[in-house]
Design a protein around this ligand. Structure first.
Ligand SMILES: [Zn+2]
Ligand SMILES: [Zn+2]
Length: 345
């Protein structure tokens, strides 16, 4: 089978690998679509910190956002059969450690992440091998393209859930990537009456509007904090969902959130955050909450997609063949409108 494997910074190659053999609990899936993610890019460019700490080592087969069709199953597998349309987790866990047993499997002591730390070979390939417990059936109405994006979409849902959104409240979502655009839709479904989305590119803010945002503000064109305070009568928002990973956006969130409000952070900063006013956080009684992964959110997100509550159509802006993964990785941050690139296998 053909796979795209990273051998070193900016060195990704199309190689021939043996087909995986399923163990008793494994499902082999013929991969159809894989999302190209910022994490993939930082592995491809060699900038991700895990390469320095030794938690990741080249060669690495990328790809943790994926969908496909089951083609073989191990003898203990009961939930899947060849022909099923599926998507899979972005991690493989042991199921035996204390964290797994308590349901906190994102912190499995023996965790292997697809194309990331303690690398489980990722989905930039034709055939994926995954344990049954990490697979999900796609509802009939969910296209394979969107099934591949369940992981970032579920992360958007988790960001909103962590933001403690209450009926009738006002929510600010920072970021117009897929996670932010799904989080904004989830905020509405969780009861927010006003959703404000901020970003840099006008075209992507326009997509946020189409998806139901009540206000959109551009960091390039205006004073975003002043604009948020204006539409909230100087009170600030009840919840701020921060998906940009920009330190100054996190700092500004403190001014934009109401007293006793919540800031839910999914962005990754790759640096210490300078200028964070911890006293303001204390005096305003703000809850700052981080999250890692999206445990237990895949099935709820699939249900929301199947029910037509989450719209993914405007988010897939480009589809490249797997063999052009290099081009996709190099182009992902370019262009005014680009939100998500998929690789088609
Ligand atoms: Zn990702
Ligand atoms: Zn475990």
């Amino acid at each position: 089978m053909k796979s795209m494997v990273v051998y070193g910074p900016k060195d990704i190659r199309l190689i021939e690998e043996p087909m995986p053999e399923p163990k008793d609990d494994d499902v082999i899936t013929e991969v159809k679509f894989v999302g190209v993610c910022g994490t993939d890019k930082s592995v491809y460019e060699g900038t991700i910190g895990y390469l320095k700490t030794g938690l990741m080592k080249y060669p690495i087969r990328l790809g943790h956002e994926w969908s496909g069709i089951v083609c073989r199953v191990g003898k203990n597998v009961t939930k899947f059969k060849p022909g099923d349309r599926v998507c899979g987790d972005n991690v493989v866990t042991c199921g035996k450690c204390e964290n797994c047993k308590s349901g906190n499997y994102a912190f499995c002591e023996n965790l292997r992440a697809l194309g990331s730390v303690y690398t489980w070979p990722g989905a930039y390939t034709q055939y994926m091998c995954m344990p049954e417990k990490h697979m999900y059936k796609l509802p009939d109405s969910v296209k394979l393209e969107y099934g591949a994006l369940i992981e970032p979409a579920a992360t958007g849902l988790y960001t909103a859930v962590n933001g403690r959104i209450k009926p009738g409240c006002t929510v600010v979502v920072h970021g117009t990537g897929l996670i932010g655009l799904v989080a904004a839709q989830c905020a509405k479904h969780l009861g927010a009456s006003t959703v404000i989305v901020t970003g840099r590119k006008r075209e992507k803010l326009e997509v946020a509007r189409q998806l139901g945002a009540d206000y959109t503000f551009s960091w390039i064109e205006e004073d975003v904090t002043a604009a948020i305070l204006k539409v909230t009568n100087n009170k600030g928002a009840d919840s701020v969902l921060e998906s940009t990973g920009a330190a100054q956006v996190l700092c500004a969130s403190l001014e934009q959130v109401k007293s006793s409000g919540t800031i839910s952070v999914i962005g990754s900063y790759d640096t210490l955050v300078d200028g964070f006013d911890a006293d303001m956080m204390v005096f305003k009684n703000i809850t700052l909450t981080g999250l890692n992964g999206c445990p237990h959110m895949f099935q709820p997100m699939l249900n929301m997609m199947a029910a037509g509550q989450i719209h993914m159509e405007p988010m897939v802006t480009d589809i490249f063949p797997l063999e052009q993964a290099k081009e996709a990785l190099e182009k992902m941050d370019q262009g005014e409108k680009r939100i998500k690139i998929l690789l088609e296998v």
